[in-house]
Design a protein around this ligand. Structure first.
Ligand SMILES: Cc1ncc(COP(=O)(O)O)c(C=O)c1O
Length: 289
C-alpha cells in the first residue's frame, strides 16, 4: 500500500501534491518565516514544551503575529492528527512546522494588518543515524558567515546550506562553524567538545541556535553531576580536543571522530560522549517531556 502523504496548509489537510502556497508568499520571496522540527517516537513527541517555547520566541523575534486561535500548541495538535492520518504513530518520525509572514505584493516592509501568516505542517518517516552513532562521523571547520540573530530559528538558511554542501563534498557529515576565532555550532547541530578534561560548548547567545537537544543534554549532564563549561572552544584549542560531538533533534549525540581529515583524540568516540549518548537515548525512549 502506498504510504499516505497528507500535509496541513492554512487550515486544510490535503495530499502533499495538492498542497499550494502563493508565489507571493514572503517565505518564498524573502525567507521571511520561522520553523521547528520535532522528534516523534512511537507517536510520542519529544520535548514539546521546549519546542513550543522556542517557536514562540522565534515568532516574537521576527515579529510575526499568529491569527487568533493559532499557537505553537495548536500546531502540535495538528501534527498529532497528521501522524495518525499518515500512519506514523509507531516507529520514528519527525514533525515539521513552518510559519511565514504570509502572502502579499512584494515589498520589504511588513504587510498591512490583515495578512494572515502561512502555516505549513508536515510529518515524515525518520531513520536515525545508528551507524554514525556507533562509529562516529567526520566534520570540517568552516567560516560562520551568518547574521547576528542565529538564536532565532528562521528560514534564512543559505549560509547553513552552503557550509553543509561543502562538508558533503569533502566527505564529511557536518561543518563546524567558526566565528571570531571560536567554534559556534554546526549547520544543523550544536557542537560540544572535551578540552583538558572539561566538557565545553558555546554559550546560548545570539551566535547559536539554542538547540533543544543541547538544553536536554545540559539538564541530563547536571543530573549526572557533570560540569558543562559554556566557554566557547577557541581555534587554538581545537588541536587539544580529546572528544568532539554534535547534538540535534535528528542526530541525537553523534561523535565526531575526524576533523579536517585529522583524528580527534584517539580517533574513536570518547568515554564522555558515550555516556551522554546513553543518557540521551534513555531520555528519548522514556518520552522526555
Ligand atoms: C543551526 C542549528 N543549530 C543547532 C540545531 C540543533 O537544534 P535542536 O537540538 O533543537 O534540533 C539546529 C537544528 O536544526 C540548527 O539548525
Amino acid at each position: 500500500m502506498d504510504p499516505k502523504d497528507v500535509v496541513y496548509v492554512n487550515g486544510s489537510f490535503l495530499p502533499r501534491r495538492e498542497a499550494r502556497v502563493s508565489v507571493e508568499d514572503r517565505g518564498f520571496v524573502f525567507g521571511d518565516g520561522v520553523y521547528e522540527v520535532l522528534r516523534v517516537i512511537n507517536g510520542r513527541l519529544f520535548a514539546t514544551r521546549f519546542h513550543n517555547d522556542r517557536l514562540e520566541r522565534s515568532l516574537d523575534g521576527v515579529r510575526i503575529t499568529l491569527a487568533s486561535g493559532d499557537s505553537p500548541a495548536s500546531f502540535v495538535e495538528i501534527g498529532k492528527q497528521l501522524l495518525r492520518e499518515n500512519d506514523l504513530t509507531s516507529g520514528e518520525a519527525t514533525l515539521y512546522i513552518q510559519v511565514t509572514r504570509g502572502a502579499t505584493t512584494r515589498a520589504h516592509n511588513f504587510p498591512s494588518p490583515g495578512i494572515t501568516p502561512t502555516i505549513y505542517i508536515s510529518v515524515a518517516r525518520f531513520k536515525p543515524y545508528t551507524d554514525f552513532a556507533q562509529t562516529g562521523a567526520s566534520a570540517i571547520s568552516h567560516p560562520d558567515i551568518r547574521w547576528g540573530r542565529c538564536d532565532l530559528k528562521t528560514l534564512n538558511l543559505l549560509p547553513n546550506v552552503l557550509a553543509s554542501q561543502t562538508a558533503k563534498e569533502r566527505g564529511a557529515f557536518e561543518a563546524m562553524l567558526i566565528r571570531d576565532g571560536v567554534v559556534t555550532e554546526g549547520t544543523r547541530t550544536n557542537f560540544f567538545g572535551v578540552v583538558n578534561g572539561s566538557l565545553r560548548t558555546h554559550p546560548s547567545d545570539n551566535h547559536i541556535l539554542p538547540g533543544i537537544t543541547r538544553s536536554v543534554l545540559r539538564n541530563l549532564a547536571q543530573d549526572l553531576s557533570l560540569e558543562l563549561d559554556e566557554t566557547p572552544i577557541s581555534v587554538a584549542e581545537i588541536p587539544k580536543l580529546s572528544e568532539l560531538f554534535i547534538t540535534g533533534t535528528t542526530t541525537d549525540v553523534m561523535p565526531m571522530v575526524k576533523l579536517d581529515d585529522q583524528p580527534v583524540g584517539n580517533g574513536r568516540p570518547g568515554e564522555l560522549t558515550r555516556r551522554l549518548q546513553r543518557v540521551l537515548a534513555e531520555s528519548l525512549a522514556s518520552g522526555g517531556d
